[in-house]
Ligand binder design. Structure first.
Ligand SMILES: C[S@@+](CC[C@H](N)C(=O)[O-])C[C@H]1O[C@@H](n2cnc3c(N)ncnc32)[C@H](O)[C@@H]1O
Length: 230
């Protein structure tokens, strides 16, 4: 896995662009939608209660594509990935983010370090036999009362399936649906599990986003986020 993503350290964005070109949407459009969702999560999950600082971790951050869009979303941001080359690339482009290389066995952080840990398009690259361990590690590094969130491809969306088929680094992908994700959160001891589908409409306008939220419980959008409290 590390070697696969090491080889995309300089052209990760281009590979994604190539796989979604048929949609007429840019990679930026997807990155903005995901980071808007993470900003909203901080508010909805009351992570700033009492004015406290929010320390976040991006697990499997790759080359840090999301990080330029997360300016000011948290008080500090850490990122880790099994791909050392991707981490090197990310740290050259995002000096305000603290990066570490991790192993598939665990995350290099103390228990309860973060208020929020999220993983975007990572779990479908983790062998399904290790999914429970992956969720347990996310839970371990989040403080009691903190939140973990995964963002994943929606396997029921045919355009998502086409993008995955066209993506050169997704050939090993094992997609999981929102119910599978919720069950993994449940089995690993998380509580207050919520899922929402998004990226349904090809617009970032506030009205489009509001319409998407109405349909979020249905498995229509290109991706979904599943989050839960520790
Ligand atoms: C499709 S990329 C997503 C990168 C980034 N999260 C994003 O949204 O642009 C998947 C990333 O997950 C990383 N990865 C796979 N298994 C991992 C694991 N067990 N722990 C940490 N990172 C992992 C890969 O090295 C790769 O960088």
């Amino acid at each position: 896995m590390a070697e696969l993503f090491d080889s995309y350290k300089s052209n990760y964005g281009e590979a994604v662009e190539g796989s979604i070109r048929f949609s007429g949407l840019s990679h930026d459009f997807f990155l903005v939608a995901k980071t808007d969702l993470l900003r909203r999560l901080v508010v909805e999950r009351k992570l700033r209660q009492g004015g406290s600082a929010v320390r976040a971790l991006d697990v499997g951050c790759g080359v840090g594509s999301l990080h330029p869009y997360l300016d000011g979303a948290f008080d500090s941001l850490d990122g880790c990935d099994v791909s050392q080359e991707s981490i090197l690339h990310a740290s050259q482009h995002n000096p305000r983010v603290a990066y570490r290389t991790c192993s598939t066995q665990g995350l290099p952080y103390e228990d309860g370090t973060f208020d929020l840990a999220f993983a975007s398009c990572v779990v479908h690259h983790v062998p399904s036999s290790s999914w429970l361990d992956f969720f347990l590690e996310m839970r371990r590094v989040v403080r009691p009362g903190g939140v973990a969130c995964i963002i994943e491809h929606n396997p029921y969306n045919p355009l998502t399936r086409l993008a995955v088929f066209r993506c050169p680094f997704d050939h090993d992908a094992v997609l999981l649906n929102a119910a599978n994700a919720a069950s993994l959160f449940h089995k690993t001891g998380f509580r207050d599990i919520r899922s929402e589908h998004f990226l349904l409409l090809p617009s970032a306008k506030p009205l489009a986003r509001r319409v998407e939220r109405v349909f979020a419980p249905l498995p229509l959008g290109a991706q979904y986020a599943c989050s839960a409290h520790v």
